[in-house]
Design a binder for this molecule. Sequence first.
Ligand code: URC
Length: 304
Amino acid sequence: MAHVLGQNQYGKAETRLVRITRGGTRHEVKDLSVSVALSGDLDDVHLSGSNANCLPTDTAKNTCYAFAKQYGIGSAEEYGIRLARHFVDDVEPIHRARIRIEEYFWDRIRTPGAQGRFIGSEEVGHSFVRRGSEVRTAEVVWDGSALQVVSGLHGLVVMNSTDSEFWGYIKDRYTTLQEAYDRVLATEVTARWRHSFTGAPGQPEPDWDACWAEVRRHLLEAFAETYSYSLQQTLHAMGIRVLDHVPGVDEIRLQLPNKHHFVVDMAPYGLKNENEVFFAADRPYGLIEGTVHREGTVPVIPVD
Ligand SMILES: O=c1[nH]c(=O)c2[nH]c(=O)[nH]c2[nH]1
């Protein structure tokens, strides 16, 4: 029975790419997931085992990074057109290129300001919060005599494009991590905080919405304003900021995955990546967790 090879395409899917443009203190961020699908004279690749017409998917991925470095992103459409044209115009066997791009949006974190690190209108030039992935949580327990109210949030994704270092750690025979003196620090905050309110007679009930907004604001401000030597240190700074500013909160537990941004090594293709183009890895990730509570209180938010 005769067989026919029908439609086929191939490429690298979901290349996670972050491009930072560092114009002075006001950085610009483009965060993309890029999927390339190529088709053309690829019958031999499928039928004969000859890869003579095969541009490796690894090269497609590298091209995404290299183009981000060389030409910037501009808009997703411009970047996609540039890539699609390249694959078809410059790679002989490729006759069609489909580039799919998802773009994730980042808003600048605003804080009341601190000397030197901030730019106009209270925006922090290097601190960002990702739009649209956040969830508010609440857990209430009543045992007939006291209430326990734990508020929280998850999916609050934040990034500092500078002001983060990580060095001086233990080095054993398995350590390969290079010390970092200017790295991207990004995390997706999960926070739960317990209110001192127990519903006892005469105790005023907090304005839950206002309190939630306050805690969120202080988490963001602390993240943006902390010059970080580790995510652990940032976690502590975020926790104490909340306890110092929100009197009705006795305890806060934070889970901070370290959303690693690896500087793409472009030396093999003759480009110098000056802390501009990153591979945004989703796993594995470091997971930094901790509770900060008021002295004299017993922490009760479970460790999970
Ligand atoms: O902030 C960090 N804390 C760590 O414990 C750690 N470990 C690691 O590999 N990178 C980092 N970064």
